[in-house]
Each structure stands twice: as C-alpha cells, then as structure tokens.
Design a protein around this ligand. Structure first.
Ligand code: ZN
Length: 678
C-alpha cells in the first residue's frame, strides 16, 4: 500500500514567506527504549525465629505518625528502588534505614505514640552475605521491631521473601526467571479483598523475577492466609501471630518495571497502612496528539532522508521530496471521534479524552476541510497551543551558518498568532498551556519571558531526557528563568511521529521503524554503540502494541500524572477504521478492564500542571500527620497546602475512587488541622 501525498503542494502567502526561511529542525521524536529488566537474585534462607513470648493482643488506640519505615540492607536492593518509586508517585512519606551500612534501627515509639504507621522490609530476613551470611538487623533489633509491631498493632510487610516459618510459609520450589516466560498468578478470595482495585478473576503475569512457591505452615494459634497463587503454590500471603502481630510476604521478587510489582504494590501499601495514609493513587491517561492540522513525513527505511537521523525535517518546511507525507482528512477525524466516544460510553473510560496539540498554520488554506470538521466537535477534546507554525525555537534562523534562538518579539508572535487563530475560530484552547515544537525554547530566556507575558504557565519537557525528569515524580520542573512558568514532563512512546500504519513494507510503517531502531540490526543498542540489539528477532505489530500498552499500564498502576506524546500521523486510518493510536488504546483498555476496575481519566494540560504544583506545595510543606485508629488524623503543616489523605473523608467532602476515599485537606501554614473519620 502506498500513501497518497495529501498536502505538500502548498502555495505560500507572501506574508508567510519569511516564516519559511528557516533551517530544518531536529527530529521531533523522543525515544524510550524498551525496558531492560535485570533478572532478580535469589535470597539467602535464614533460621530467624521470633523471640517474643506469646502475649495477648492489645487493641491499639495509640496515635501513629503517618509515615512508613523501610528497612533495607545496603540500600542497593532493586526492591528498595521500587518501593521508593511507588511511594514517591503517591506522595506517601517514608524513611529508609540501611542497616548493613551501619545505620541503626531508629526509635520506634515514645510510650504514647508510634513513630511509624507501618514497616516494610525490602527482603524478609534482611539477609546479607559479606561473606558470611547474617541478617542486617541484629537479634535485639528484631525483638525491638516485633515488640513495636505487637504493642502498637503496626503491620510489617516483606517485599521479597524466602518462605520461612516467621511468615507462616515453607518453601516448596523455586522458579528461576527465564526471559520472556511468565507465570500466571491468581488472587484468592482473601487476595481479592486486599487488592480490591484488581478484578477478582484477574490473571497477573509474573516474569523476569525469581519466584519461590510455598505452602502455608502456621503453628498453633497462628493464621496464614494465601493471597496470590501460582497453581497451588503461594506467592503472597498474610500471616498473623498468636500475639496479634500481622505480616504480609511476597515470595516473588519485586522491581519497579515489573508488571506484577506495578499491579500489586499499591495493595501492599494499602494493607501495611491499614488503608489510611498520606498521598493518593489514581489512574491517569492523558495522551497528547501533536502537530494537529500539520502534515507529517513518513518513515521509509529504504531512503536515508526518510529515516530517523536522516535529513532533518520540519513539518513547515517542504519534506524531503523523496519522502511521503500524511495529513489527516475529515474522515480520519470522524473515526477518532467515533472511536473515542465508543470507549467513553463505558463508565470505566468515561473520563478518557484526547488532547489535540494544534498549529493554526496548517489550516491556512481557505475552507480547510479538516478545520471545518474538527471545530464543531471541539468539546470532545482538549486543545493546546503548539505555536502557530511549528518553527524550531532554538534555531529560529541562521546567522553565519549557526543557529540563533527565537527572540522575545518573535516568541510573542509564535504563541500569540496561534491563540489568535483559536480565538478567531472560536476554538477554546487551554489559555495556560503551550507545547513547544520539538520541545525547543525551554532554555531561551526570551521565549520563557514571552510565554509568561502571554499568560502561559505550563510547558512540556521531554520526559525521556534527564533535564525532563524531576528528582521526585509527579512534580513539575521549574523553568530556567521564569518563576511563573513550569515544565510538565511528557512521556514519549515508541509510537513514532513518522508512523501511520501497522502494515509492514510500506511508508510510515510502525513495524519497520521499530525494527529499524530496536531490531536485530537496530540503530539503537543496549548500552550504546557496539552493544547487543534490543531484540534478536524482528518484532511484529502485535508484539509492539502489546509491549507499549504494557508500558502504559505501568503508568496507570503507579498513578503517573504526566501526559503522553503522540502525533497526528498516528490518527491516520490505515485499515478500515484502524489507526495506530486506536490499536494501542484498544489494547490498553481491553487489558485494563480485564485486570482492574479503576476508572481511567484524562486531564487537560493545565489541570495536570495544577495537580503537580499542588503536589509540590504539599511536599514542601513538610507535613507531619498523626493517625489515631478509629478517631481521625491530625495534620501539622509548616506551609499552606492541600494535603492528600487516602482512607479518610474530611468534613469538606471526599472523592470515592475505587474502594478508597480520598480527601484533599486544605491546611494553613504553621497550623494543626484535624480530620475526623466520617
Ligand atoms: Zn510538533
């Protein structure tokens, strides 16, 4: 199949001639190489036993500080990285102690108040071998910890556990990870209650991790409850001692890129905190489709100019004449509308909405059919300014052969002309947001000043680059020079801007480009030039869509608020009503509805920006909260903030999300605010 070249014979109005006199620009695409998961390591069994004398359980009414204690060995465990990642996405406070590096178990209580509401062990026995194997926590330390757990009714979770009697488990067999092979884990009835955001019948794949299968072995007075099974082997369980202490243990290893870790960790956090904690997790999916109204050049592996790294291309400049281009026709837009509506009819996906990131320049042809089709349907989408004509803001023109960045007046025009276009067309563009072409302009003080002066508060940064990655996830990045302008990291995918079809051997083939980049002879190699290819076999379209949708499912599970990057070429109908965009989201929604009952929602760019700012303000306020079980939560804050509390409904109301109540409690600076249970 060949593409029709839809829109490249453009007659340029005289007033726009100046706009055309600029050099080609770098490729727009950010790349996010397929995740390489290091296979996990086996654990050292231990013969640790509880040293506590049996004693009756005491109902706890003592106040607990709302933070978790994470006990780690040397701090280098992948399980620790994973725990920090998931907790950071939620905004849930924790302290890490690296016992094998000489850090001591901190004081746990003062007789009246517990200093931690839950304890998480990176590994069940905190075993280290240097070279003799021992627990990084001393016997006296274990006694202190277990006494605290008993007297304050504080739960302990082990994130990766060798099955041993301390957890009411005994080893039956171990499974060494084999790349590409996954085990199918299923929830028990009890597990369905502890992971209520998962469908009870969900099949949870476990891959790329050591797995110990175990069986329950409670002694008299103890209770072990299996939560997750592979066949008849337990891979997660809770365990209650005769004195009331409660443990949860995972016997499969965990790491943040692993699917099962993404699916299960929230339930562990929810359990170990008894469902009441600072922070929150919701499933967001906010796709941006860039270059709306412009044409896109298409990938052609046989022509150097039409491959990544070939001739630089800018949608404004005529594409290399040898490359095909595609611009949407009204039928493509109608198909997008119908497809999106069909998902929005399902309650779980009613909040899904695509953001169209537009350039008015593309509609300058009189009675542009795409514009006439899209405008009446504008309410079905969020609209974000992508500048009027998509010029490279870092290389706005050349002086003596080198690039000159956009100046203030030019930047005002680039932003202002597109807002003016929208206003003239009655298009309700997000007034606070711009996506810059190719993510340029972010280091230009002139551009940032023009953005601020235009009332713009939120730009996007490339989330696949270090400068587009904040130290703490779900927070914004300050812009280089303007206090009022913030950057929102945006995540690229491997759905490329030059891709318009799932077919192979044709221009704009997603499959051909994916294999060109990551296949056996791929351009990108693991670890850089000279490394192994990402895939030793060429990948099929279904494999690519499957992997990309898994990646985005991970974002959903961890509550990632950041938007995703796509391009208008991905909305092209290549096979009846199919588009790469709809294929990908059909895959995500179909998988998500099989595994989770959580609603998915999309946010506008300015809503995302506001939420990230709210998170940052909350983190900066250094909130200290105390929870008294059954009574309520007291929040002590150094700064004014909206404090997210899951599991409590505040007087001002709360959201119900899945099985959780989430309150956003407004607190004043240097104040104590009480939230009663309701
Ligand atoms: Zn663009």
């Amino acid at each position: 199949m060949r593409f029709i070249v839809l829109c490249l014979t453009i007659s340029v109005p005289a007033s726009l001639a100046q706009r055309m006199e600029h050099p080609g620009s770098p490729r727009e695409q950010g790349f996010i190489p397929p995740t390489q998961v290091t296979m996990s390591r086996p654990l050292v069994p231990s013969s640790l036993t509880s040293t506590l004398n049996p004693q009756a359980a005491v109902a706890n009414v003592k106040p607990l500080e709302m933070k978790l204690l994470i006990l780690s060995t040397d701090g280098a465990e992948p399980e620790l990285t994973a725990l920090k990642t998931f907790l950071d996405y939620q905004g849930t406070p924790y302290e890490v102690v690296r016992l094998a590096l000489g850090e001591n178990l901190p004081p746990l209580e003062d007789g009246n108040r517990g200093f931690y509401q839950g304890v998480v062990l990176t590994t069940g026995n905190l075993g280290v071998c240097d070279p003799a194997c021992r627990s990084a926590l001393s016997p006296a330390g274990w006694t202190t910890l277990e006494t605290y757990a008993r007297d304050y009714a504080v739960r302990i979770a082990s994130y990766y556990t060798y099955p041993e009697p301390r957890f009411g488990l005994i080893y039956t067999s171990g499974i060494t990870p084999v790349s590409g092979v996954s085990l199918s884990a299923r929830l028990t009835t009890a597990g369905a209650g502890i992971f209520p955001y998962l469908k009870p019948e969900a099949v949870i794949p476990i891959a790329n991790a050591f797995v110990y299968l175990s069986k329950a072995s409670p002694v008299n007075g103890e209770e072990t409850v299996p939560l997750l099974m592979v066949g008849d082997g337990i891979v997660a369980a809770t365990h209650k001692k005769a004195d009331g202490r409660e443990y949860m243990a995972f016997t499969a290893d965990n790491n943040s890129p692993l699917f099962h870790s993404q699916a299960l960790t929230y339930g562990m956090i929810r359990w170990v905190t008894r469902g009441v904690f600072l922070g929150f997790r919701k499933a967001f999916l906010s796709p941006h489709v860039d270059d709306f109204f412009l044409p896109s050049v298409l990938f052609d592996g046989n022509k150097e100019q039409c491959r990544p790294g070939g001739t630089p291309f800018d949608p404004l400049n005529p594409a290399p004449p040898v490359c095909s281009v595609v611009r949407l026709v009204p039928g493509d837009f109608g198909a997008l509308q119908d497809w999106q509506s069909s998902w929005r009819e399902k309650p779980q996906f009613a909040g899904f909405k695509t953001t169209l990131v537009f350039n008015g320049y593309g509609t300058r042809v009189e009675d542009d059919a795409l514009r006439l089709k899209a405008l009446p349907a504008q309410k079905d989408f969020f609209w974000v300014n992508h500048t009027y004509d998509h010029r490279n803001l870092d290389c706005f023109s050349t002086v003596g052969g080198s690039c000159r960045a956009v100046n203030f007046d030019e930047a005002m025009t680039e932003i202002g002309d597109n807002f003016a276009f929208a206003a003239k067309q009655g298009l309700a563009a997000d007034p606070l947001s711009v996506v810059t072409p190719m993510i340029t302009g972010l280091t230009s003080p002139d551009f940032l000043r023009a953005a601020a002066q235009s009332g713009v508060r939120y730009l996007v940064a490339d989330g696949s680059r270090a400068e587009g990655t904040p130290a703490i996830p779900n927070t914004p990045i300050p812009s280089a020079t303007e206090e009022s302008v913030l950057l929102i990291p945006r995540r690229p995918t491997n759905i490329f801007f030059e891709s318009a079809t799932g077919d192979e051997g044709t221009d704009g083939s997603e499959v051909d480009e994916f294999n060109f980049l990551y296949g056996p002879n791929g351009f990108f190699r693991i670890g850089g030039t000279g490394g192994k290819p990402f895939f030793t076999n060429s990948q099929t379209y279904n494999q690519i869509i499957d992997r990309e949708s898994d990646q985005l499912m991970g974002y959903l599970f961890r509550g990632d608020m950041y938007p995703l990057m796509f391009h208008q070429s991905n909305l092209y109908r290549y096979l009846g009503l199919h588009t790469i965009y709809s294929d990908l989201f059909d895959s995500i929604f179909s998988k998500w509805s099989k595994i989770s009952n959580l609603p998915v929602s999309s946010l506008s760019q300015s809503a995302i920006g506001a939420m990230l700012e709210e998170r940052k303000t909350y983190l900066n306020a250094k909130v200290k909260a105390v929870w008294t079980p059954g009574l309520g939560v007291k929040i002590n804050s150094s700064g004014a903030a909206k404090v997210p509390v899951t599991g409590v409904c505040a007087a001002g109301g709360c959201e119900s999300y899945g099985s959780d109540k989430i309150s956003f409690v407004a607190v004043e600076a240097a104040s104590i605010t009480s939230v009663d249970f309701r």
